[in-house]
Design a protein around this ligand. Structure first.
Ligand SMILES: *[C@@H]1O[C@H](CO)[C@@H](O)[C@H](O)[C@H]1NC(C)=O
Ligand SMILES: *[C@@H]1O[C@H](CO)[C@@H](O)[C@H](O)[C@H]1NC(C)=O
Ligand SMILES: *[C@@H]1O[C@H](CO)[C@@H](O)[C@H](O)[C@H]1NC(C)=O
Ligand SMILES: *[C@@H]1O[C@H](CO)[C@@H](O)[C@H](O)[C@H]1NC(C)=O
Ligand SMILES: *[C@@H]1O[C@H](CO)[C@@H](O)[C@H](O)[C@H]1NC(C)=O
Ligand SMILES: *[C@@H]1O[C@H](CO)[C@@H](O)[C@H](O)[C@H]1NC(C)=O
Ligand SMILES: *[C@@H]1O[C@H](CO)[C@@H](O)[C@H](O)[C@H]1NC(C)=O
Ligand SMILES: *[C@@H]1O[C@H](CO)[C@@H](O)[C@H](O)[C@H]1NC(C)=O
Ligand SMILES: *[C@@H]1O[C@H](CO)[C@@H](O)[C@H](O)[C@H]1NC(C)=O
Length: 536
């Protein structure tokens, strides 16, 4: 009952984990009023109105405001059906948010490629006629080169630190979900264990009615299969997610390292005038920067989708009964199955208490003269009956005076135990030790099942998923946002600086060449120029 939706849930969580990698994500929200034909259906106004009346029973559009974006697959009209990862228009509209970065990548690739080509042609054809050397241009290009190299190094460091913390947070988030799932599985198994114990209960002649025994078997099978599925899927998916996260981390570390190396080497090579190495590095950097921008674009689209998921979860948590696109991915137990488990456990609790009370009322508390049937010489204060937590129709029941709570029964009944010889009392008391043990065992099972009632009710109304979503929202979203921002800033800083350094490598190399050339000329006319001393 869990399995069919697990994969989509994990996908959503994966998206979430990438949340806020890039922070310029809300571009859609501010500009919508300008859009002529959509004023009537301005998203948040409608949903707010619906929420206020509390009857948004039909279909709630999740993250409607956030997902209000241009949809390239629908002639750039605004997409307005909200968060829905099975909707291809939604996917396209999210992907489209990364368009600026892809555009930058393309412009950079083509533009810088053309520059390189022109430069190369100049280098080959007009090399012999260098133009005047300007000391200012030389100094400026050196200064900028140093600044951008420093910025690239800083960017790499931020990227590296950020990805470390980001990885930690994402791992925590995954563990949180896994823990939730493990707890659910453990609870289910405990319920299953109590039901199995209930079957083994023997109270004098009493055993649970065969009809209950049969339904316990069927419920137990269902619990076993669903908890096994949940456990298996969680393990598998968390491993998958962890692998993806590790891969992302590796990619980010490599990018940080390569950016650092390229910036550093480029700086060295151009300072020391190793022209060919500089040009090789320029080519490498040209491709690298293009790839980094494409990566940025992919991360931006992913980030926007996850931000949407975060908001969608939030809205769902506030509105759990509405029918939403999240329903498709919620691992809620089928209501029928959960209802069956809950009802069965209530019924078993109820029946066991009834059986125990029957023994107390009809046997222990009856003063039958010793020697008659059913007498075991019981005497003394009456044994208090158990408080049944349920009515026969399974509604909750309040205890009346004189009834003992399930949790206290074992303690209270101790006072009613008599000493025995054979199977009859030889001292004051109404319970033989073996009766006491049987009754306490039945009470324990009853109490155990009763305690899992809230858990089973959660299972039924899906609030355990709500709890998980809420926990993610409260505890992990802020950290994810913060550290993913570090990653983003580092990535942007590193790629931007390397991009600009590239330009200055070339400029500096050119200035350096002119300087050398000018010096050469000057040297031949003024041989004792001090500037040239010690220069290679
Ligand atoms: C909710 O929807 C159900 C059927 O989908 C309908 O019977 C019920 O009246 C609706 N409730 C409200 C408050 O709109
Ligand atoms: C799992 O969650 C429970 C509370 O829900 C907490 O007490 C426990 O320490 C967690 N376990 C781990 C390994 O995080
Ligand atoms: C399940 O039962 C075991 C043994 O009674 C107990 O230690 C454990 O805490 C229970 N698990 C949960 C989730 O309540
Ligand atoms: C509880 O179990 C008994 C015995 O199997 C059955 O007759 C009764 O209908 C059940 N009650 C409910 C509410 O399921
Ligand atoms: C359910 O699983 C428990 C152990 O987890 C096992 O003892 C029991 O026999 C299983 N019951 C069914 C009906 O498969
Ligand atoms: C989500 O999109 C799918 C595919 O277009 C569609 O079938 C489904 O009804 C949508 N869900 C909601 C809640 O709009
Ligand atoms: C005592 O036994 C009689 C018949 O054996 C039964 O009708 C009655 O309900 C029992 N009393 C209680 C409290 O179970
Ligand atoms: C029955 O119990 C009383 C105490 O309540 C005891 O004095 C008496 O000896 C017992 N009778 C037998 C036959 O054990
Ligand atoms: C019943 O539960 C109590 C604690 O809740 C435990 O000490 C006792 O051993 C249990 N008795 C049986 C018979 O399971």
């Amino acid at each position: 009952m869990f399995c069919n939706n697990r994969i989509s849930l994990q996908l959503a969580l994966l998206l979430l984990v990438f949340s806020a990698l890039f922070s310029f994500s809300h571009q859609a929200s501010g500009v919508v009023y300008e859009n002529e034909d959509n004023l009537v259906s301005w998203p948040s106004r409608r949903s707010v109105a619906e929420d206020a009346t509390g009857v948004s029973n039909s279909s709630l559009i999740l993250a409607e405001k956030r997902t209000y974006r241009k949809d390239p697959s629908d002639s750039f009209k605004y997409y307005k059906r909200g968060w829905n990862i099975s909707e291809k228009h939604y996917i396209y509209s999210v992907a489209f948010t990364a368009a600026p970065l892809f555009l930058i990548a393309a412009l950079w690739f083509v533009g810088f490629g053309l520059c390189l080509l022109i430069l190369c042609m100049c280098f080959c054809c007009c090399q012999k006629r260098p133009y005047g050397y300007s000391r200012t241009a030389y100094a400026l290009s050196l200064i900028f080169l140093s600044i951008f190299t420093a910025a690239a190094i800083a960017g790499s460091v931020v990227l590296y630190t950020g990805q470390g913390k980001f990885h930690m947070t994402t791992t925590d988030t995954v563990n949180f979900v896994v823990n939730k799932s493990d707890t659910t599985v453990e609870n289910l198994q405990n319920v299953s264990g109590y039901l199995a114990a209930a079957k083994r209960i023997r109270l004098n002649q009493f055993v649970l009615p065969p009809s209950i025994q049969n339904s316990i078997d069927s419920v137990e099978t269902k619990i076993n299969s669903s908890s096994a599925t949940l456990e298996h899927e969680t393990k598998k998916n968390s491993n998958d997610i962890q692998n993806v996260l590790d891969a992302v981390r590796l990619a980010l570390v490599i990018i940080a390292a390569v950016m650092l190396l390229v910036a550093f080497l480029g700086f060295l090579f151009s300072i020391f005038g190793m022209q060919y190495l500089v040009y090789i590095l320029v080519i490498i950097g040209w491709v690298l920067v293009t790839l980094t921008f494409i990566l940025c674009g992919i991360f931006l689209a992913l980030h926007n989708a996850t931000g949407d998921t975060c908001v969608a979860m939030d809205e769902w948590v506030k509105n759990p009964t509405a029918h939403t696109a999240l329903d498709d991915i919620l691992p809620c137990v089928e209501p029928a199955t959960a209802q069956e488990i809950l009802s069965e456990s209530k019924n078993v609790t109820f029946q066991l208490v009834v059986a125990v009370n029957q023994i107390i009322v009809n046997l222990s508390n009856v003063d039958i003269p010793y020697g008659l049937p059913f007498s075991y010489n019981q005497s003394g204060p009456l044994v208090p009956v158990l408080c049944n937590p349920f009515n026969p129709d399974q509604t909750d029941r309040k205890c009346t005076a004189g009834e003992v709570q399930l949790s206290d029964a074992a303690q209270v009944w101790k006072n009613n135990i008599c000493e025995v010889s054979g199977d009859h009392c030889i001292s004051v008391g109404r319970l033989t030790p073996s009766m006491y043990d049987q009754m306490v065992a039945a009470t324990n099972v009853s109490y155990g099942l009763y305690q899992y009632g809230p858990f089973l009710a959660d299972l039924l109304d899906c609030s355990f998923v709500r709890d998980a979503f809420m926990g993610i929202q409260d505890e992990y979203c802020p950290d994810l946002r913060l550290y993913s921002r570090w990653v983003y800033i580092g990535l942007a800083l590193a790629s931007g600086s390397v991009m600009l350094s590239l330009i200055f490598w070339v400029l500096y190399a050119r200035e350096r060449r002119h300087r050398k050339y000018t010096k050469l000329i000057r040297n031949s006319s003024a041989p004792n120029s001090f500037e040239e001393k010690g220069r290679p």
